[in-house]
Design a protein around this ligand. Structure first.
Ligand code: ADE
Length: 248
């Protein structure tokens, strides 16, 4: 897939682009990534990207023309993208739909994902109506969409074929709608605290059961909202009943 990121601050992505998982995805030819500088689409020596809001008020608003010309450029640079391939453009904004693992998985299936980073007090509303989606990474306000675009890209890139070891994404938090079970490594005892016996037993079925139970326990404790409306297997339902009894 290709990811295009539109930003006024391309240098913020310098170290992000060096990340080992991202680089592996590029080497495995699962990923092409380009950072597009919105300033390159602003004419004149002022590189006039923002302006004061109509109606008055503090701060500056990003103008339609440079942002939408940059978007059209990104949509047109289809090198390596199959004609008619599926593409999504998403503006990063705290007002957007909350990004989650399900969205990451659906984005990872795209041929082209275009992320637009807003800055200052926001963007001209007419930009939002010309993109496919508005995405937020959480209920807080960042200075700009760059960190949000990195978070979204990171979550998507690690799901691409070859980006990380096969199998290591399938059992982690959220992939099955639960938080991940606790993990341990050497030493078996650290400052008097031991690794659960069962993990040293080599008994695969017991380990699987223990992991499921601990995954459910953690979810129940930390994120009970994830269990609402989630379809349970019979085994999961039984374990949850036991955990509920334990808590009484
Ligand atoms: N830009 C500023 N805050 C943001 C947020 N929470 N999510 C996405 N983009 C943003």
């Amino acid at each position: 897939m290709k990811i295009s990121i539109l930003t006024m601050f391309p240098q913020l992505f310098d170290s992000f682009l060096q990340g080992p998982v991202l680089q592996r995805a590029i080497r495995k030819e699962s990923l092409q990534i380009e950072i597009i500088d919105i300033k390159d689409f602003a004419p004149g020596s002022y590189r006039h990207i923002d302006d004061s809001p109509f109606g008055g008020g503090a701060g500056m608003v990003m103008r339609c023309q440079p942002v939408l010309d940059a978007l059209r450029y990104a949509q047109g640079t289809g090198e390596g993208i199959p004609q008619g391939g599926n593409a999504v453009s998403a503006a990063m904004t705290p007002a957007g739909r909350k990004f989650d693992q399900k969205t990451a998985r659906s984005y990872a299936q795209l041929d082209h994902l275009i992320l637009i980073c807003g800055h200052y007090e926001g963007m001209d509303e007419r930009i939002y109506s010309r993109v496919d989606e508005q995405i937020s990474i959480g209920d807080y306000v960042l200075t700009g969409g760059e960190i949000a675009a990195m978070a979204v890209s990171d979550a998507v890139i690690r799901l691409l074929p070859g980006a990380i070891r096969d199998g290591s994404t399938s059992e982690e938090s959220f992939e099955n709608g639960l938080l991940e079970y606790p993990q341990y490594t050497q030493p078996a005892v650290y400052e008097g605290e031991s690794v659960p016996e069962v993990l040293l037993s080599g008994h695969h079925e017991k380990i699987r059961k223990w992991r499921l139970r601990e995954s459910l326990r953690k979810t129940l404790l930390m994120r009970p909202d994830l269990l609402d409306g989630r379809e349970m297997t019979e085994e999961e339902a039984e374990i949850l009943e036991e955990l509920a009894k334990e808590r009484k």
